[in-house]
Design a protein around this ligand. Sequence first.
Ligand SMILES: Cc1ncc(COP(=O)(O)O)c(C=O)c1O
Ligand SMILES: N[C@@H](CCCC[NH3+])C(=O)O
Length: 428
Amino acid sequence: MTVGGVDLRTLAAEHGTPAYVLDEADLRARARAWRDAWTQAFGVADVYYAGKAFLSTAVARWVHEEGLRIDTATGGELAVALRAGVPGDAIGLHGNNKSDAELEAARDAGVGRVVIDSMAEVDRVAAVAASGWGGDPARRAPVMVRVTTGVHAGGHEYISTAHEDQKFGLSVAGGRALAALEAVLARPELELLGVHSHIGSQILDPAGFTVAARTVLALRAELAERTGVLVPEVDLGGGFGVAYLPGEVPLDPGRIAKDVAATVADACAELGTAQPRISIEPGRAVIGPTTLTLYRVGTVKPVTLDDGSVRTYVSVDGGMSDNLRPALYGARYHAAVVSRRSTAATVRARVVGKHCESGDIVVHDVDLPGDVAAGDLLAVPVTGAYGRSMASNYNLVPRPPVVAVADGRSRVLVRRETVEDLLRLDLG
Ligand SMILES: Cc1ncc(COP(=O)(O)O)c(C=O)c1O
Ligand SMILES: N[C@@H](CCCC[NH3+])C(=O)O
């Protein structure tokens, strides 16, 4: 099997396993597809790539070259985006607990928007912006206010973000969102760009986005009625779902953009307000499907279950340290042997990692060739989002490299950690 013109056996021989293998052309195409779909549907729209899904300087540069801006959630992500050469005004900063250092870094870089996530942050951002923004003493801090619309969407409880009982944003229903927007308007150090809503992640039903859009637009109209200020922008967040398994249908960028555009046009007509400039923040949908994880098979063990059937446990040389999603969310993945063809009858297999934890499962249930054996290469697709970015050193396993492939060549974007790296952190 080849990806980006590179035989995965060659790639494994050159870079070792496990490795994340990222197809550069696919990433660029997905970035363009999201940008084109939303610009076509709205005339003007901004697509921010959510770097939390995976960020390296090359990835930031590539998606920026394709016309996307970068959404960051920490000072670390901000530093990588800036090092990639992305201009500050094309970067947004999120976070429910931003540090002073993060806010100061955003100010010094002249970040294009800080998304305020709490009432306390109104004063904190204003204080940081007292000396100006991006080196200009006269410039105000451009901010949005993140609000919760009550929409409960997403692939798992832990990745739903707009219901009431969770840590993000300010509630529309409870009035806190409106209060925060008014508080921003009262601060001369702040420029209120608009309202932000992010409802969750791995969402496959478009309805959540349109329901949230209506709520946010109504809030914007209410603010305008009370204060005379119609804020120019609305961000509808990320969360667009991808297909992890054969047969699953991802949210199509064109389809969702058209649905949302129709809703925005309708709602603004009903409310009697001009339409805002719309932005979104897809992470998973841009990077997830571009990447597979390449593992080497080690131990293969048949296990007889209570009902007498047999499950083949196939252990690979990584696991929950390079893909936490199955353990954290019960996420399902697919896998295939990619180093050879096999005509053997398939067996019911479970792909597991090498960690000291029985929940260290990579793929719960997959048919693999019955002759799967130590030394085979196994690929798990769609690991580009929240794979490397949530990887850990559990059991002191060094984290795998991210290797980009394009036009028959491979290039390391993030190098493999070594045991020496880990030993260097241990100061004795
Ligand atoms: C504020 C915000 N924007 C964007 C994203 C990106 O989400 P996704 O990768 O699901 O598109 C997230 C994560 O869910 C988020 O919290
Ligand atoms: N980390 C989550 C997505 C949450 C994104 C952050 N709001 C996942 O892997 O699905």
